[in-house]
Design a protein around this ligand. Structure first.
Ligand code: ADP
Length: 401
């Protein structure tokens, strides 16, 4: 069975076609600048030459039609006909409280995703465009949706409620949801395999550190806490997002700087974090480069980033009353030996014996970066959210037959 995974943004669409039998990626690619007469299509068939084109693509349905043409093309294609694409899996950011698992798409599911537009105004409408487009371009092909929030629905009220008037929760669903769930779930399962221990026995802290960043406390395979909240702004310091701050700053700054709600929202989401503190870049590679060249602001941004992550690890170890392993994943977690070192060398109180040599080795493999004697294992595990989406879709579609 072949499953097409789609991650739709408001003006872009990324895709991967998986052959489930051997977990191979047959092709992947993206369509950028949807809505323009100069949309960019990039298509990478496995083992074949990368294909690029610039053409008019005005909406998502045309984008998916073009993707299907390329996947079935005599030269660039990897399957012979659309009937070789057995199912489509979509990434949807916000599943609210309604979705605790991935589900097949039907009218009720679409209605519920629309109801959640308020909670994820940037992301859910874009995902819905992808779903509608795939339905139009690939009629009759079953579709599933996989939510970033679903894995964290196991959190207890003590972790997901904010200490504010409960009417806000009852009336407006103001609560913590958490994100990056497919990634936290995937790396926690891989961690158990790498450690050779049942997931059911483990207490894990998973750190998904990319442009967006969150960590999760996972007991027996279930998320019990996570750093992102009602929106992906809470928690760790990120590339352009502030993460945690005193909420009183918002009205104070709005008054002093005469900012509108939209402006303050944009400041905290797009003009804060590493980029704002360093004044250089929101990209960790450039921060590390500048820091190593002696830039003080870059060093400060890096130190704040590492310090805030270390505090969350401490909090989650406390919350779970112990931790067996800490897992690093995503762009920074997988690649930045400097960041991992800055975080882990100061976790000796937890029983972490960090292996600086293993940490310094550049590799894309799953690996351990703590010594054999370490009481708490530290692991680097490349994430694979698309594979989780493909697997969930596959399992749901199997259930249909
Ligand atoms: P997204 O959240 O957009 O999926 P990624 O998981 O791709 O983001 O992570 C992007 C981040 O990873 C950027 O800050 C980038 O600098 C960082 N990164 C990627 N490669 C490296 C590297 N070799 N060293 C340090 N940071 C890296």
């Amino acid at each position: 069975m072949n499953v097409l995974v789609i991650n739709a943004g408001s003006s872009s669409l990324k895709y991967q076609l998986f052959r489930m039998e051997d977990a191979s990626v047959l092709a992947k690619g993206k369509v950028e600048r949807i809505g323009m007469d100069t949309a960019i299509v990039t298509h990478e068939p496995a083992g074949g030459a990368e294909f690029h084109e610039v053409k008019e693509i005005l909406e998502h349905t045309s984008a998916i039609r073009r993707v299907v043409e390329l996947l079935t093309h005599p030269q660039q294609g990897v399957v012979s006909a659309m009937s070789d694409i057995d199912a489509v899996g979509h990434r949807v950011v916000h599943g609210g409280e309604a979705f605790k698992h991935s589900v097949l798409v039907n009218d009720e599911v679409k209605k519920e995703i629309r109801r959640l537009f308020d909670l994820a105004p940037l992301h859910n409408p874009a995902a819905m465009l992808g779903i509608m487009a795939a339905e139009a371009a690939m009629p009759g092909v079953p579709q599933a949706v996989v939510f970033d929030t679903a894995f964290h629905q196991t959190m207890l009220a003590q972790a997901y409620l904010y200490p504010v008037p409960m009417a806000l929760y009852r009336r407006h669903k103001v609560r913590r949801y958490g994100f990056h769930g497919t990634s936290h779930k995937y790396v926690s399962e891989r961690a158990a395999l790498l450690l050779g221990r049942p997931l059911a026995e483990l207490k894990l802290i998973t750190c998904h550190i990319g442009n967006g960043a969150s960590c999760a406390a996972i007991v027996g395979g279930q998320s019990v806490d996570t750093s992102m909240g009602m929106t992906p702004l809470e928690g760790l310091m990120m590339g352009t997002r502030s993460g945690d701050l005193d909420p009183a700053i918002v009205p104070y700054v709005m008054g002093k700087e005469e900012l509108t709600l939209g402006e303050v929202n944009s400041m905290l989401n797009k003009h804060s974090g590493l980029g704002a503190v360093s004044g250089i870049s929101s990209d960790m590679r450039e921060i590390v480069e500048a820091m190593e060249a002696g830039d003080k602001n870059a060093a400060l941004a890096f130190d704040m980033y590492a310090y805030r992550l270390r505090k969350y690890i401490g909090a989650y170890a406390a919350g779970m009353n112990g931790v067996d392993a800490i897992v690093f994943t995503a762009g920074i977690g997988e690649n930045s030996a400097q960041l991992r070192r800055a975080v882990c060398e100061q976790l000796t109180y937890l029983g972490v014996a960090f292996d600086a040599d293993a940490n310094a080795v550049r590799s894309s493999a799953e690996r351990r970066i703590s010594t054999a004697a370490s009481m708490v294992a530290v692991l680097v595990i490349p994430t694979n959210e698309e594979w989780v989406i493909a697997q969930d879709t596959y399992n749901l579609v199997q259930g249909l037959s």
